[in-house]
Design a protein around this ligand. Structure first.
Ligand SMILES: Nc1nc2c(ncn2[C@@H]2O[C@H](COP(=O)(O)OP(=O)(O)O)[C@@H](O)[C@H]2O)c(=O)[nH]1
Ligand SMILES: [Mg+2]
Length: 234
């Protein structure tokens, strides 16, 4: 029976986690552990999880001292999951953008793949509440990354993914260059270059209603040149 880990990085997500965690527990997925990676959120996210842990043996948390970016948080979570014997490792956001109802489809798809991407840009996928500009930026960003990196995939920037452990073992987690937004592109690109089988499963993404997104024009521009760097490195 495969061991499943869901890694959820958090920074000020107390209210969202209060809703998300029960939704995941209610699915009663066998052999599932949830690992929160919290960067010492000022809103007390870490404290909330400590309290919930008492009655949920499949919930745990890594406390990190300071906010050091999504990529670093994921790498810490991946390593922890690997050391605890995880077979399938999920990435998932805490902000209710990623509906747990899709977990079942990921688990079905990973049986025949090494990496499953939750995809907004294939049949059945979509975004429910972005304005036109935000949609265009995301669409263009994905077409750009797909073209520059020569990847036969439609959603490279999403953060709802499931890895087979071998992918993370071979990826060189300590050599990943992205700390922020590009982390998703870089991990998928590396998996592809290592020859792993990557499939997409459709998801409808819902923008967060509570808390703050880290998306900004600065992050977006940085992402563009970083994709070029990825392509021409090594
Ligand atoms: N641990 C940790 N989590 C983070 C950090 N930045 C963002 N997150 C979490 O990563 C997830 C995605 O972040 P979000 O700001 O919603 O990104 P967006 O959906 O791409 O706009 C959420 O669960 C955040 O709480 C960070 O520096 N450290
Ligand atoms: Mg978000």
């Amino acid at each position: 029976m495969e061991k499943i880990f869901i890694i959820i990085p958090t920074y000020n997500e107390k209210e969202n986690l209060k809703k998300l965690l029960p939704q995941i527990f209610d699915l009663k997925i066998e052999n599932l552990s949830i690992l929160i990676v919290d960067d010492n959120s000022p809103d007390g996210t870490g404290q909330l999880v400590e309290e919930l842990k008492i009655n949920n043996s499949n919930l745990d948390i890594l406390h990190r001292q300071q906010k050091s970016g999504l990529g670093r948080a994921y790498v810490a979570g991946f390593k922890e999951a690997l050391s605890r014997g995880a077979d399938y490792i999920f990435e998932m956001d805490a902000d209710l953008s990623h509906d747990p109802k899709y977990l079942a489809a990921f688990l079905e798809a990973i049986k025949g793949a090494d990496l499953v991407l939750g995809s907004r840009y294939i049949k059945g996928g979509g975004v429910s509440n972005w304005n036109l500009l935000r949609r265009l930026i995301s669409r263009f960003g994905n077409i750009y990354a797909r073209t520059v990196l020569w990847l036969p995939l439609h959603d490279l920037t999403g953060g709802f993914k499931c890895y087979r452990r071998q992918v993370l073992e071979k990826m060189g987690l300590d050599e990943l260059s992205s700390v922020g937004y590009n982390f998703q592109i870089e991990t998928t690109y590396k998996a592809h270059k290592l020859g792993f089988k990557i499939v997409e499963t459709p998801i409808i993404f819902t923008e967060r209603a509570e808390g703050e997104s880290k998306f900004s024009p600065k992050i977006m521009l940085e992402s563009f040149w970083r994709v070029l760097l990825l392509r021409f490195k090594k």
